[in-house]
Design a protein around this ligand. Structure first.
Ligand SMILES: [Ca+2]
Ligand SMILES: [Ca+2]
Length: 219
């Protein structure tokens, strides 16, 4: 049974058979906004561009690595002192499937639109926290998006073998006006990786504001 994560919950990465989760996917599934046309005729689809990203932090609280979309403009990022986007971590322990700009167009396909694959065994020894977060690049806030959920699962980006934990994001009143969600963090404690579900939403205008928030408030 998958764990339904609740805000503030901390979990061990231990599976029901007692083995530890070391290779898994963190994925986000979401839908475009579909509205029926006049008198129910036709329909219009508004694309929803969410971005799943992560930043890695060392034991001094310094940012040491990141994964976010390479489509972010370099001049925009450099205004915040952030390096260009990339899809792989330094040691290839984490890999992003690529920036989905639209969301599901034909209803929920139960597959994640953006996925970060994680191999805990390959993570650099200097990284001891990895924060996962979502930014909404479009105009809509989370509460207008028909569904958005984040989950950790074993399998591949195209085949879900076993869901370990999941977290529902959208369609909640508390997310009205919110454009960023700090989902949670993987953290190393006494040599073992654990996961803490943070689940805090913010009206951040862009991902650089969210990264700055993480570094100043969450590290
Ligand atoms: Ca995206
Ligand atoms: Ca999907």
């Amino acid at each position: 049974m998958a764990i339904i994560l609740e805000k503030g919950q901390r979990i061990n990465l231990e599976k029901s058979n007692g083995s530890r989760l070391t290779e898994f996917c963190v994925g986000c599934n979401w839908g475009a906004i579909v509205s029926s046309g006049f008198l129910g005729l036709g329909k219009s689809v508004t694309d929803v561009d969410l971005d799943l990203s992560c930043v890695m932090v060392n034991d001094k609280g310094d940012l040491v690595d990141h994964i976010y979309s390479p489509l972010y403009r370099r001049d925009f990022l450099s205004r915040y002192g952030m390096p260009p986007g990339k899809l792989d971590s330094r040691e290839s322990a984490l890999h992003h499937s690529g920036d989905d700009l639209k969301g599901d167009q034909n209803g929920n396909d139960d597959l994640d639109n953006e996925i970060i694959t994680v191999n805990l065994n390959k993570i650099s020894p200097d990284v001891n926290q990895i924060f996962f977060f979502l930014n909404n690049v479009g105009r809509e806030d989370f509460s207008q998006i028909p569904y958005a959920s984040i989950r950790m699962y074993e399998g591949t980006p195209t085949r879900v073998k076993e869901v370990f934990a999941s977290y529902d994001v959208a369609a909640e009143k508390q997310y009205a006006g919110m454009r960023a969600l700090i989902m949670g963090k993987l953290y190393r404690r006494n040599g073992e990786w654990k996961f803490s579900a943070i689940g805090d939403a913010y009206p951040d205008a862009n991902l650089c504001e969210t990264i700055r928030r993480i570094v100043t408030k969450y590290v």
